[in-house]
Write a protein that binds this ligand. Structure first.
Ligand code: NAD
Ligand code: HSO
Ligand code: ZN
Length: 433
C-alpha cells in the first residue's frame, strides 16, 4: 500500500519529510568498475570496447561492425509497421516544431560609451546520444534527444545503443533515421560513454553526451564530464497529480501507474482536497494492478514510494507541490491555469483532465527528458539550449576605450596584474598622443 497522509494530522510534517527524502535508487559501488572501464577504453580503444561488449552484451563485434551499416539499418527499418511509422512521424514533427520555437536570437547593440557588445549562439559540433538497451530502449527517447540537437544545428549526431545478444528494437533505428542521426553504435554501458568522450580507432569523439541509462552509464557520464558536456543525471521517473473530486478515479489511477510502470524506484503521488476521492483512486490503482502487464514493476513502485496526500484546499496542494518539485505535475482541477501560475518548481506541467502525462512522453511536443529527484528546483528539461553555446562579442572604438579603459587600468592595479593594466595603458597612450 502507498502511504496516506493528511495535512491536518500532527504527524504530517515528519511523514512528508520522510516521503521527500526517500532513497529511491540503489547506488551500488559502481564507480570503481566504471573508472577501470574508462581507463581501459582510453588505453586500448576498439579492442577494449569489443571485449567489454562481448562480456556484458554477449555480442561479438569487430572494429568494422561497431556501428550498424546502412544496409542493416535499412533492413531493420523495413520491418517497422506503417502504424508504428506514422505514430513516430507525427511525434517527430510535433517535437521538432516545439523545439524550433526554443531557438534563441543573437543580439548586438552599441552602448553609451560607444562599445559594441552582444552574443552569438552556435551549436556543439558533435553530440552522442545514449539510448538504454533491452526493454528500456524507448524510440520516443531517441526523438527527444536527437531532434533538439538537430534543431540546434549539431552537425554530427551519433547514438550508442547496446544490443544484448544482438537484439535491437527496429523502431529505435527508425527513430534515429527520422531524427537525422549519422551513426548508430551497438555498444552500451560505461565503455560506450568512454568511447564517445575519448574516441577510439573507429569511434570519433563527440563534444556533448546526453541520454539516460543505468548506474554504470550515469557514473561514466559523471566521470567524463569536463572532457565533454553532459545533459543531466536522470533518476527514476516521477509524477505528482493534483486532482479534485470532479475527476474519474480510474483516469487518475492510470496516470499514477503510467510512471510507476517505468521503474520499481519510480514515484507516483496524488494530492487531493477530498479524502474519499483519494480512497477511490487508491482502490482503482489496486484493481488495475491486478491486470497491468508491468504489474510487478508498477506494484513495487506504488507500494514502496507511492503516496496519497489529503490537503485542506488547493492552495495547500500547490505549496506541497513546490516543495516536492516533481518531474511531472498534472493539474486535474477546475482551474488548472490558476494553479499552474502558482507553480514555480516542476519539470513539466500538464493542465486539465484531458492532458495525461503520457501525451507529453510521446506526442505533445515538449521534451520528456526532465529533471528528477527534486532537481526541478534548479534545472530544466532537455532543450535546444543543451546543444548550444553562447559566445560573447565586444568591440571598442577609440572613444569607448578612452571612456572605460581607465577603470580597467585601476582594477588591474588593485589585482596586481601589471600586464593586464599595461595592455590598456599602451593603447590609451597612443590614442592620447
Ligand atoms: N529517465 C528516462 O527517460 C529513462 C528512459 C529509459 C531508460 N531509463 C533507465 O535506463 C536504465 C536502463 O538500464 P539497462 O541496464 O537496461 O540498460 P543500459 O543501456 O543503461 O545498460 C546496459 C549496459 O550496462 C553495462 N553493465 C551491465 N552490468 C554491468 C556490470 N556488472 N559491470 C559493468 N557494466 C555493466 C553493460 O555495458 C550494458 O551494455 C534503467 O535504469 C531505466 O530506468 C531511463
Ligand atoms: N516518462 C519518461 C521520462 O520520465 C519518458 C518515457 C519514455 N517512454 C515513455 N515514457
Ligand atoms: Zn513515461
Amino acid at each position: 500500500m502507498p502511504v496516506f497522509l493528511n495535512t491536518t494530522s500532527p504527524e504530517f510534517e515528519t511523514a512528508f519529510q520522510t516521503l521527500l527524502s526517500a532513497k529511491r535508487e540503489d547506488s551500488p559501488d559502481v564507480d570503481a568498475v566504471v573508472a577501470q572501464i574508462i581507463a581501459d577504453v582510453r588505453a586500448r580503444g576498439d579492442a577494449a570496447v569489443i571485449e567489454l561488449t562481448a562480456k556484458f552484451d554477449r555480442l561479438e563485434l569487430t572494429s568494422d561492425t561497431l556501428a550498424f551499416s546502412a544496409a542493416e539499418i535499412a533492413e531493420a527499418v523495413a520491418k517497422v509497421s506503417d502504424v508504428d511509422r506514422h505514430a513516430l512521424e507525427l511525434a517527430a514533427d510535433r517535437i521538432r516544431s516545439y523545439h524550433e520555437k526554443q531557438m534563441p536570437d543573437d543580439l548586438q547593440w552599441t552602448d553609451e560609451a560607444g562599445a559594441t557588445l552582444g552574443w552569438r549562439w552556435s551549436a556543439v559540433s558533435a553530440a552522442g546520444l545514449y539510448v538504454p538497451g533491452g526493454l528500456a530502449s524507448y524510440p520516443s527517447s531517441v526523438l527527444m534527444n536527437a531532434i533538439p540537437a538537430k534543431v540546434a544545428g549539431v552537425e554530427r549526431l551519433a547514438i550508442a545503443v547496446p544490443t544484448p545478444d544482438g537484439v535491437v528494437n527496429p523502431v529505435v533505428l527508425l527513430a534515429a533515421q527520422l531524427s537525422g542521426v549519422d551513426t548508430i553504435y551497438r555498444i552500451g554501458g560505461a565503455q560506450a560513454i568512454a568511447a564517445l568522450a575519448y574516441g577510439t580507432e573507429s569511434i570519433t569523439p563527440v563534444d556533448k553526451i546526453t541520454g539516460p541509462g543505468n548506474a554504470f552509464v550515469a557514473a561514466a557520464k559523471r566521470r567524463v564530464f569536463g572532457k565533454v558536456g553532459i545533459d543531466m543525471i536522470a533518476g527514476p521517473s516521477e509524477i505528482l497529480v493534483i486532482a479534485d473530486s470532479d475527476n474519474d478515479p480510474n483516469w487518475i489511477a492510470l496516470d499514477l501507474l503510467s510512471q510507476a510502470e517505468h521503474d520499481e524506484s519510480a514515484q507516483s503521488i496524488l494530492i487531493t482536497d477530498d479524502a474519499a476521492f483519494g480512497q477511490a483512486v487508491a482502490q482503482a490503482v489496486e484493481k488495475r494492478l491486478k491486470t497491468l502487464q508491468r504489474r510487478a514493476i508498477a506494484g513495487a513502485s506504488w507500494r514502496d514510494f507511492g503516496a496519497i496526500i489529503t490537503v485542506r484546499d488547493l492552495d495547500e496542494a500547490t505549496t506541497l507541490s513546490n516543495r516536492i518539485a516533481p518531474e511531472h505535475l498534472e493539474l486535474c482541477v477546475a482551474d488548472p491555469v490558476a494553479l499552474s501560475a502558482k507553480t514555480i518548481h516542476a519539470g513539466a506541467i500538464f493542465l486539465g483532465q484531458y492532458t495525461p502525462e503520457a501525451i507529453g512522453d510521446y506526442v505533445g511536443g515538449p521534451n520528456h527528458v526532465l529533471p528528477t529527484a527534486r532537481s526541478a528546483r534548479f534545472s530544466s528539461g532537455l532543450s535546444v539550449m543543451d546543444f548550444l553555446k553562447r559566445t560573447t562579442l565586444s568591440q571598442m572604438t577609440p572613444e569607448a576605450l578612452r571612456a572605460i579603459g581607465p577603470a580597467a587600468e585601476q582594477l588591474a592595479r588593485s589585482e596586481s596584474l601589471e600586464a593586464h593594466g599595461l595592455s590598456v595603458t599602451a593603447r590609451l597612450k597612443r590614442l592620447n598622443g
